[in-house]
Design a protein around this ligand. Structure first.
Ligand SMILES: O=C(O)CCC(=O)C(=O)O
Length: 199
């Protein structure tokens, strides 16, 4: 049975727009291959007084000096844009009108890799950042909820783009929960603004 998808065409459900076919299958497959060669790291996060591995692999590429600190404990230092990531950044900008200085990669190796409820509201991205997220590989559930509200589930497909518009990070939180289903690798690339560093 085909997995439930959000919409078949680019569709805006404030504060998101979902583009299911942003990349065609060949483009998405090639990008997935390129992502295998990125410098993935197993970072450690400090939470409630304990240090533990982040439950996914991460990488970061972007403009020089655009360091990214999250959860007050994980510092990501960007490597220079690869040609493929810079080209993708520019094509997302052409579609959405938003500009980006960094891209953070998340690699979910199995259903046990995840990211918990959070908003992307780190000060380094400035006020009301727009964030654009490309999904590759296995489909995973992405949940979004208004703060204090109930979650809506989205299934982010291979080659899709999800744009989170300015304001979304103040009013909503999102997550990719763990699943006991057998799922293979999913790669997510989140393109973000940054107020520091050098262009
Ligand atoms: O993997 C995803 O779709 C979401 C990633 C995410 O929430 C983040 O990097 O902040």
């Amino acid at each position: 049975m085909k997995q439930m998808t959000l919409f078949d065409e680019p569709t805006t459900v404030l504060p998101l727009t979902y583009y299911p076919d942003f990349l065609n299958k060949e483009e998405a497959d090639n990008l997935y291959q390129h992502c295998q060669e990125l410098q993935w790291q197993q970072n450690q996060i400090r939470m409630v007084g304990k240090t533990m591995p982040v439950p996914r692999l991460e990488c970061i590429y972007g403009d020089e000096g655009c360091d990214y600190l999250y959860s007050k404990s994980v510092l990501l230092k960007p490597l220079p844009w690869t040609d493929a990531l810079a080209k993708l950044r520019d094509s997302i900008t052409a579609t959405t009108g938003y500009s980006f200085r960094i891209v953070i990669g998340n690699q979910y190796r199995s259903g046990q890799d995840s990211i918990g409820w959070h908003a992307d509201n780190e000060a380094s991205m400035g006020i009301a950042p727009a964030i654009a997220s490309i999904s590759l590989g296995s489909v995973r559930k992405f949940q979004l909820k208004a703060i204090g509200g109930k979650p809506t589930d989205f299934w982010l497909e291979h080659g899709s783009l999800l744009a989170m518009h300015p304001g979304c990070q103040s009013t909503h939180v999102h997550q990719v929960p763990k699943t006991n289903k057998v799922v293979s690798t999913r790669i997510n690339l989140t393109f973000r603004p940054h107020v520091g560093g050098r262009r």
